[in-house]
Design a protein around this ligand. Structure first.
Ligand SMILES: C[S@@+](CC[C@H](N)C(=O)[O-])C[C@H]1O[C@@H](n2cnc3c(N)ncnc32)[C@H](O)[C@@H]1O
Length: 368
């Protein structure tokens, strides 16, 4: 006897928002809709992976037991969207925490980072029951050769199904045991060792923007406490600590993989006791005050979406936590126009570098 499919057919029945809120972008896509029509299993023990805004958790509600995610912004969105729709909050598992064994069905939104996807598929494959299944969802244009290769590496059966509205829902079964993706090691010219877990920003080599910023580090104010907002593998905070032996730093990142990377990098450079790390969406609910110096290399993507909303939020929140003479130093691509953005919150904004592609800006004197 077959059980009737009680799943909703689309997301329009729910009230769903992104974090950060963005009136131009919705909190689900055609790949999520395709999943609702393809999900045939009667399994009510679903693991959701990378559910960017908690929309799948809301739609699949009772059938979701655990929610595995790297992103603090996604977690905030999940909590807000579950509350908005009176849905059950599934058990939260950060990407750096262990997954349960004996998984029978996982649904993964394919992330932009191939390394993160490959690593996540490995974690799933090693915990899936022999008859277990993974649904991998994504827009066709975002499923690269690297993503396809990762799926073939970890699963013997790989059924891409028919694409609908330019979206795919690939069914993966018969897990294989192959070598897991490892953390990447890199270094700066002055010998800072960097360790980047799968999915961490600029894992293979230091980001050119960060390197342009490091060229200005001899001009940074000398303070005893520095905040690295969006710390990634910790390149900025750790470089400051190496130059200023009495300073301490706080690194914040919304990616748990980034926080794990910064922790490993701090350890590799003998700086663990001077770097505190916090997994959080920017400065939300942290109550930091009187910070003398904030360093930031802001993101302009949220996974596959281009966005300037996150940079705006980070700049605004940095302005709120600075002490009276505090400064925000920021690096960005010249064309992104951060100068104007900073001028909304600070009276004084100075250009500190003359790199052809990147601009380093120092902002102080916060507007009330
Ligand atoms: C351009 S990368 C810079 C990373 C590192 N500071 C560097 O220079 O290589 C931006 C970082 O900001 C993080 N990020 C994005 N949105 C964030 C948010 N809302 N709160 C905290 N970190 C965030 C990303 O995970 C990423 O590690």
């Amino acid at each position: 006897m077959t059980t009737p499919n009680l799943l909703p057919q689309d997301f329009s029945a729910f009230s769903l928002q992104r974090v950060p809120a963005d009136a131009q972008l919705q909190a689900w896509n055609a790949a999520d809709e395709l999943l609702l029509s393809r999900l045939t299993t009667n399994d009510d023990n679903l693991l959701l992976v990378n559910d960017s805004f908690g929309s799948l958790a809301v739609a699949l509600n009772q059938r979701v037991t655990a929610w595995w995610n790297d992103s603090a912004m996604a977690q905030q969105a999940l909590q807000e969207n579950c509350a908005r729709n009176q849905s059950n909050l599934p058990k939260l598992i950060h990407s750096t925490d262990d997954l349960p064994n004996e998984l029978t069905c996982a649904i993964i939104q394919v992330p932009k980072s191939v390394a993160l996807f490959d690593w996540q598929l490995g974690e799933l494959a090693t915990r899936l029951t022999p008859t277990g299944k993974v649904y991998a969802l994504g827009m066709v244009k975002h499923l690269s050769d690297g993503h396809q290769k990762a799926m073939r590496r970890w699963f013997d059966q790989n059924n891409p199904g028919r694409a609908v509205k330019k979206a795919r829902c690939v069914e993966l079964t018969e897990p294989l045991m192959v070598e897991a993706v490892q953390a990447q090691h890199s270094s700066t010219d002055d010998g800072l060792q960097l360790i980047s877990e799968p999915g961490c920003f600029s894992a293979q080599k230091p980001d050119p923007g960060a390197l342009a910023f490091l060229h200005c580090f001899n001009r940074l104010p000398k303070v005893n406490r520095v905040l690295d907002l969006g710390c990634g593998n910790g390149i900025l905070a750790l470089s400051y600590l190496r130059r200023h032996l009495h300073a301490n730093a706080v690194g914040i990142d919304e990616s748990a993989q980034a926080i794990a990377s910064a922790r490993a990098s701090a350890q590799a450079n003998g700086l663990s006791d001077r770097l505190e790390l916090i997994h959080n969406n920017g400065l939300t609910d942290l109550n930091l005050t009187d910070v003398p110096l904030v360093l930031c290399n802001p993101p302009f993507h949220q996974d596959t979406s281009l966005t300037d909303t996150i940079a705006e939020e980070l700049i605004k929140s940095a302005a709120q936590v600075l002490g009276k003479d505090g400064e925000l130093w920021l690096v960005g691509n010249r064309h992104l126009g951060y100068h104007q953005r900073l001028k909304r919150y600070f009276r004084i904004v100075e250009v500190k570098s003359s790199h052809p592609k990147f601009v380093v800006l120092a902002a102080r004197d916060v507007k009330n």
